[in-house]
Design a protein around this ligand. Structure first.
Ligand SMILES: [Zn+2]
Length: 114
């Protein structure tokens, strides 16, 4: 198993753990509300579990990004070959007169930039 796959697995395990906690602390809407109150009276205080999962998955993706240097996958075409360009309009860091620029990744297959 590759290092990247292990990292992804770990993230998934973290999400699973959080979900388990949520399911234990939140009363199940299936048992407590047998009537059709979910559609007619939406309560803003209760967040749908699916929304939480989506948010956590998004956070996991954001955390993941910088770790997968050289293992990027194009969100547009799924390509794995990228050209890197320095984005000189964005200086990330400056140290002893040496500037570190933000990098742009351009998919070699479809030209998608990010
Ligand atoms: Zn692409």
């Amino acid at each position: 198993m590759s290092e990247f796959e292990q990292k992804v697995l770990k993230l998934l395990e973290n999400i699973n753990g959080k979900l388990d906690k949520l399911l234990k602390t939140e009363p199940s809407p299936m048992n407590s509300a047998p009537t059709t109150t979910t559609a007619s009276t939406p309560t803003p205080s209760t967040i749908k579990p699916s929304a939480i999962v989506e948010k956590q998955e998004e956070e996991a993706r954001l955390e993941e990004k910088p770790q997968v240097e050289g293992r990027r996958i194009c969100p547009e075409c799924g390509g794995t070959t990228f050209a890197t360009h320095e984005d000189r309009s964005q200086v990330l860091h400056q140290m002893g007169g040496v500037k570190i620029y933000a990098k742009k990744y351009v998919c070699k297959q479809c030209g998608y930039e990010y």
